[in-house]
Design a binder for this molecule. Structure first.
Ligand SMILES: [Fe+2]
Ligand SMILES: [Fe+2]
Length: 149
């Protein structure tokens, strides 16, 4: 498993949780809380490791900085909506609205990341480095602070 596989597998997990969240009703408060917690536990460390390590390497070593800054900006928006979701009551219509917006945002971001960002990254992460980077990425995820940042 190289860093591209690790990132893609994280994406699949997050997309699945958002899909499950979208199919809940305001009556399923407990389930919504559990899914939101699981989403935050998966999404936050992932974004942290990308920002602190993966994107950082791309900013330092490639000329395609615009693609990376766009991704960073999308993370910022995702964190805002994630924070709104935490604040919304689970039985409120706003919860479902925030969930839908976050799902669309994540899907768009993941799509760009797996195409445009990965294309940039493959210029600096050759086979050997991409493989070593998988370990580093997982370590960075563990260093992620618990709250939204
Ligand atoms: Fe990602
Ligand atoms: Fe990302």
């Amino acid at each position: 498993m190289d860093i591209f596989d690790v990132i893609t597998s994280d994406h699949e997990k997050v997309k699945k949780i958002l899909e499950q969240m979208q199919h809940t009703t305001p009556k399923a408060g407990k389930r919504r809380e559990q899914l939101l917690q699981s989403l935050a536990e998966n999404l936050q460390p992932h974004m942290y490791a990308e920002e602190q390590y993966f994107y950082q390497v791309l900013l330092d070593e490639t000329d395609d900085k615009e693609t990376v800054f766009e991704a960073i900006e999308e993370h910022r928006v995702a964190k805002m909506v994630l924070s709104d979701l935490h604040e919304a009551a689970v039985d409120d219509l706003r919860w479902a609205a925030c969930c839908k917006v976050l799902k669309e945002l994540v899907e768009h971001h993941v799509d760009e990341e797996e195409n445009e960002v990965f294309e940039v990254a493959r210029k600096v992460f050759d086979e050997e480095r991409a493989s070593a980077a998988a370990k580093r990425f997982k370590e960075m995820k563990k260093e992620s602070p618990a709250e939204v940042m």
